[in-house]
Design a protein around this ligand. Sequence first.
Ligand code: ZN
Length: 148
Amino acid sequence: MTRKQLIKALDKVFSQYIRTRDCLLTTGTLYEGICVTCDRRVHIKKCDCGHWQKRQHYSTRWNEQNCALQCKHDNAFEQGKDVEFRAAIVRRYGETTALMLEAEAKKPRKYYDFELLALIDYWKKKLKDLQEPEPMRQIVQNEGLNNA
Ligand SMILES: [Zn+2]
């Protein structure tokens, strides 16, 4: 894969993870969530992974705390509703996290290809952990114990 393709693949899986995480967090389902900046209910396929610190800042581009499920309208036409997004981050994680994300976003960050590949694997696994039904996870954990 070219570098551009790696970044695209990473964006895709990370977005799926964030949207799935927030569907579970806000409605307890895997297919519907509540927009971080307007509280509208949206289908997982009809929303975005909104970035508070914008995507051009690579140091926070794949930071879980910097991102949230957002309706396409707010993300595309309201410049991400910056003020409301910040308030939501403060509610979820606290003021210190918001300050840290602001500082982090200003730092230059370059990724080697192997890092991008590792991040793709990492978020794929995290996504699978969310999607996997509870009983299945239980079996895997029990098998792990038996083998220990
Ligand atoms: Zn919205």
